[in-house]
Design a protein around this ligand. Structure first.
Ligand code: CDP
Length: 225
């Protein structure tokens, strides 16, 4: 049987990773956080002091290091740089500040998109990101575009930062989140947008479990057809 592929796209802080991970657990699928892959490149650039605006320099640092992706014990993606697992470091604000610039470089996208497609050919997956339903997996079994009001997305991101030990004001967070959405939507290659055949889910006033239920239902319906 062909692998089941569930694509979840949407703006920053819409709850994609929490929801995608839960959907994967419920359906016993692998969860691939493609944002973590772009974050890995940004993290490496920060470590090596690379100017993220120079695509050539970003490519050169990728050539000089070994970035690899593996399936972890909990069926989530683990990111290794030169053999060291850096997954837990990728959501820091310093990485978030660089990632959209890195992700706008076509060569970086090509490299990661190829890996993502090859992986989904071999595994049933829930993949979340910005361009999964539009570019990476245009024939995904189910496509969801998950959104929430900007204030709510900023509030969620602020809570996540608090748990990591960072203190950020809500107004600053709203600006940061909107700025990243702007960069992701305006880039020329694979911009953030909803696929025509995606189902839009607004999670502003919904619990994680109710959004997960909705997506699981969509997958079940797709299988009945
Ligand atoms: O979790 P959050 O919404 O903050 O972002 P993420 O999913 O970790 O993605 C971080 C960044 O990576 C995004 O803002 C995009 O710039 C980039 N990204 C992308 O361009 N394409 C993807 N498929 C996934 C992420």
């Amino acid at each position: 049987m062909a692998p089941v592929t569930i694509a979840i796209d949407g703006p920053a802080g819409a709850g994609k990773s929490t929801v995608a991970k839960r959907v994967a657990e419920r359906l016993n699928l692998m969860y691939v956080d493609t944002g973590a892959m772009y974050r890995a490149v940004a993290y490496l650039c920060a470590q090596e002091g690379i100017d993220v605006h120079s695509e050539r320099d970003v490519e050169a640092v990728l050539d000089a290091h070994r970035v690899s992706f593996e399936e972890g014990e909990d069926r989530t993606l683990q990111v290794l740089i030169d053999g060291v697992n850096v997954t837990s470091k990728l959501r820091a604000p310093e990485v978030s500040a660089l990632v959209s610039t890195v992700a706008a470089h076509p060569r970086v996208r090509q490299l990661l998109t190829e890996w993502q497609r090859a992986f989904a050919e071999r595994h049933s997956v829930v993949m979340d990101g910005r361009d999964i339903g539009t570019v990476v997996l245009p024939h995904a079994t189910v496509k969801v575009f998950l959104t929430a009001a900007p204030e709510e997305r900023a509030r969620r991101r602020m809570e996540e930062y608090k748990r990591m030990g960072y203190d950020v004001a809500l107004e600053d967070m709203v600006q940061t989140v909107l700025e990243r959405d702007r960069k992701d939507s305006e880039r020329l290659v694979a911009p953030l947008r909803m696929a025509e055949d995606a189902v839009r889910i607004d999670s502003t006033d919904k619990s994680v479990e109710s959004v997960v239920d909705e997506i699981v239902q969509l997958v079940e319906n797709a299988h009945v057809r």
